[in-house]
Ligand binder design. Structure first.
Ligand SMILES: Cc1cc2nc3c(=O)[nH]c(=O)nc-3n(C[C@H](O)[C@H](O)[C@H](O)COP(=O)(O)OP(=O)(O)OC[C@H]3O[C@@H](n4cnc5c(N)ncnc54)[C@H](O)[C@@H]3O)c2cc1C
Length: 435
């Protein structure tokens, strides 16, 4: 495997000018690229180009926008903003991922419930093209690139309210780099909107196990939709996910937990306007948890799941499906069925957005069985017109499953984009746009 680390933009420019096919990467936290076993996953001459060695820089601009250059993690960006009395609106669970990589994967997270997706928070983005020349893309300028995008955009409009569609948006200039997974250029800096910081708090609710009774879940899901202006995140950790935690850290005790992130000064009115109206939840099932403890809990679950899979030597068998409100119950019923095959599983994720990660936890001999089950789920998602990979992207592992979601309309646009922006085929040639 050819690997190369870059220490400055000029290093990247010199490399781009060689035209060598490269998978540029940052923190390698992608769950759709098997970084732990890449042997044979890429073409033999593709280089693994490490961008996480480029020194990062952060600048808070006078208008409250945040400029990020080089390699900066979400954790660093968040802490920097807080030190200036500001907040970043995207909060992926894996905070050690890179912010610029987050643009490449159109990363989302729990706060998408209140603040929508990262796509809507980008102001500007700079990238290096195949000659190593830097270009600036604006989030307010319509994409005008000599490629007919009318049918593509018409198809995309169905997914406008989803966190991510099965394919990138391609409406404004910044869309060229957003969710295109490094297949059209290398992002070297970006400007993101931020908001004024107000202390937050978390409301935890204990619910029955969704496998046995999800009526309280659905009541809460429907009720919270009208509170997107006050509730920033609405997440679920089911009883199976919580069982991976040490008992003293587990607030569930054989219950599911749904939690809301809100501003501390909204606590009383959220209680009054939302929670007190829930008929299937008692007061003694609701409690407050401080931000640090909650974050710790939230990060521990997917990490524990990831580690359990690694120990077992299996690639993650998880879903990233988002559906419309009308199909949410059907999605839960489908997941219920997946849970009846004797393979351990867990469910967590972005409950308020009908976007849940169902994870099989198979032994190696059950991997093929799980893949077949997941394939039947994706067939169903296609029928539901849902989004099969609303957050973690396609990478290498989901290419097979995304294929039925592309018609000639999408493929023609991908081919035209690759021809124009990647004429030498050097940007992640194994990615989903090569078709
Ligand atoms: C425990 C856990 C929790 C997670 N939670 C979330 C979550 O809540 N939300 C979410 O969206 N994702 C989540 N992820 C997935 C992952 O963290 C995101 O996809 C993240 O954006 C990847 O960032 P990275 O720095 O690790 O990029 P890498 O994994 O190194 O690369 C990912 C992709 O981005 C491209 N890329 C990287 N840097 C650049 C660049 N500068 N220019 C162009 N292309 C580039 C690469 O080519 C590759 O295709 C989670 C992962 C784990 C392990």
């Amino acid at each position: 495997m050819n690997t190369k680390s870059f220490y400055s933009n000029s290093d990247v420019v010199a490399h781009l000018q060689t035209g060598m096919p490269t998978l540029f990467h940052s923190s390698q936290t992608s769950t759709v690229i098997p970084f732990e076993k890449m042997e044979g996953a890429l073409k033999s001459n593709t280089v693994m180009g490490n961008l996480s060695t480029i020194k990062g820089a952060l600048e808070m601009q006078a208008n409250g926008n945040l400029k990020i250059s080089g390699f900066v993690t979400w954790k660093e960006a968040k802490e920097f903003c807080l030190s200036k009395g500001r907040e970043i609106m995207t909060s992926p669970t894996e905070e050690l991922a890179g912010v610029l990589a987050g643009i490449a994967t159109s990363c989302t997270g729990e706060r998408s419930f209140g603040f929508r997706n990262l796509r809507s928070q980008i102001v500007e983005c700079n990238y290096l093209d195949f000659n190593g020349v830097e270009h600036t893309l604006s989030a307010t300028k319509k994409l005008d690139i000599g490629i007919d995008l009318a049918d593509y955009q018409k198809d995309f409009s169905h997914y406008a309210q989803y966190k991510n569609a099965p394919y990138p948006r391609m409406e404004f200039e910044t869309d060229l780099m957003t969710g295109t997974e490094g297949q059209l250029g290398v992002i070297d800096s970006a400007i993101l909107k931020t908001i004024e910081h107000f202390p937050e708090t978390y409301i935890f609710m204990l619910l029955p196990r969704w496998e046995e009774n999800f009526e309280p879940h659905l009541e809460l899901y429907n009720a919270v939709q009208k509170f997107r202006d006050r509730v920033r995140a609405c997440e679920i950790l089911d009883s199976n996910s919580l069982s991976y935690l040490p008992p003293e850290k587990n607030p569930g005790k054989n219950n599911d937990v749904v939690f809301l992130e809100i501003r501390k000064d909204d606590f009383e009115n959220i209680y009054e306007d939302l929670l007190s109206h829930l008929t299937l939840l008692n007061e003694d099932q609701i409690f407050e948890m401080d931000a640090t403890k909650c974050r710790d809990l939230r990060v521990s679950v997917p990490r524990a799941v990831f580690e359990a899979n690694s120990r077992m030597g299996v690639t993650k068998k998880g879903t990233d499906v988002q559906v419309s409100a009308e199909k949410f119950k059907e999605l839960l019923l489908f997941y219920r069925k997946l849970g009846t095959h004797g393979v351990p599983y867990n469910l967590f994720g972005h409950f308020g957005d009908a976007h849940l990660h169902f994870n099989f936890m198979p032994t190696p001999d059950k991997e093929n069985f799980c893949n077949a089950e997941l394939e039947s789920l994706y067939e169903q998602v296609l029928q539901w017109k849902g989004s099969p990979f609303a957050e973690h992207g396609i990478g290498l592992l989901k290419r097979k499953f995304i294929a039925p979601f592309y018609s000639e309309t999408q493929k023609n646009v991908f081919r035209a984009l690759k021809k124009k922006y990647d004429p030498k085929g050097q940007f992640f040639p194994e990615g989903f746009m090569t078709c």
